[in-house]
Design a protein around this ligand. Structure first.
Ligand SMILES: Cc1cc2nc3c(=O)[nH]c(=O)nc-3n(C[C@H](O)[C@H](O)[C@H](O)COP(=O)(O)O)c2cc1C
Length: 179
């Protein structure tokens, strides 16, 4: 599998949801048809694989640090994610990741994704670029920690939580944008 990327963007409609399920370690256990259609990976190359199989190099590590810390603390996570298609293209999503409980115990996670509005990406992409710049030259662990701290300070300056900032960024741009 090549990790090379290109500028081919894949879009999907407001009426579609990209869905996957994982176990507690992030190994994919289920993908829906829209996931396969948009990413262009067949299910055999997804099921049983770590979810970073579709990780795009433009994504800052700090975003995934935020995702995992939020889930481990028992909360759902919202965020914008740039993913890689099989041929190296990309698609942006607005993701809601939640905990899958059975008999009160977490057994895995769900992610449900909608198209990311372009107006929201105009805000998010520069933040992610800054986070990647902060991460460069640092160890993966230190980079993730430092860039996540930057993201937190950024939203704190706006007197908001990360969750409120992300939801506001999505909601403000979601209506009225038609592909
Ligand atoms: C339910 C769920 C869905 C996820 N979806 C994605 C995704 O769409 N794209 C992605 O890059 N990482 C996704 N992740 C995060 C990956 O598990 C992983 O943390 C991330 O790709 C960074 O991988 P790396 O630390 O090996 O670079 C998801 C995790 C969970 C639990």
């Amino acid at each position: 599998m090549s990790s090379e990327v290109n500028q081919r963007e894949v879009t999907f409609s407001e009426n579609e949801f990209i869905v996957s399920k994982t176990d507690l370690r992030g190994t994919i256990t289920y993908v829906n048809r829209t996931f396969m259609k948009v990413s262009d990976f067949p299910s055999i190359e997804l099921i049983g694989k770590p979810h970073n199989v579709i990780r795009h190099p433009d994504m800052p590590r700090g975003a995934f640090r935020s995702l995992w810390e939020t889930l481990k603390s028992g909360n759902e996570w919202f965020g914008f994610v740039k993913n890689r298609t099989k041929d190296g293209g990309y698609y942006w999503v607005f993701a809601n990741v939640t905990i899958d409980y059975r008999e009160g115990k977490p057994i895995g996670y769900y992610s449900v994704r909608r198209p990311a509005p372009k107006g929201a990406l105009a805000i998010i992409e520069p933040i992610y670029a800054e986070m990647r710049a902060i991460e460069s030259g640092k160890s993966p662990a230190e980079g993730a920690q430092t860039s996540m701290a930057y993201l937190e300070s950024l939203v704190n300056e706006k007197k908001m939580s990360y969750r409120d900032f992300i939801l506001q960024t999505y909601v403000e741009h979601a209506s009225g944008e038609k592909e």
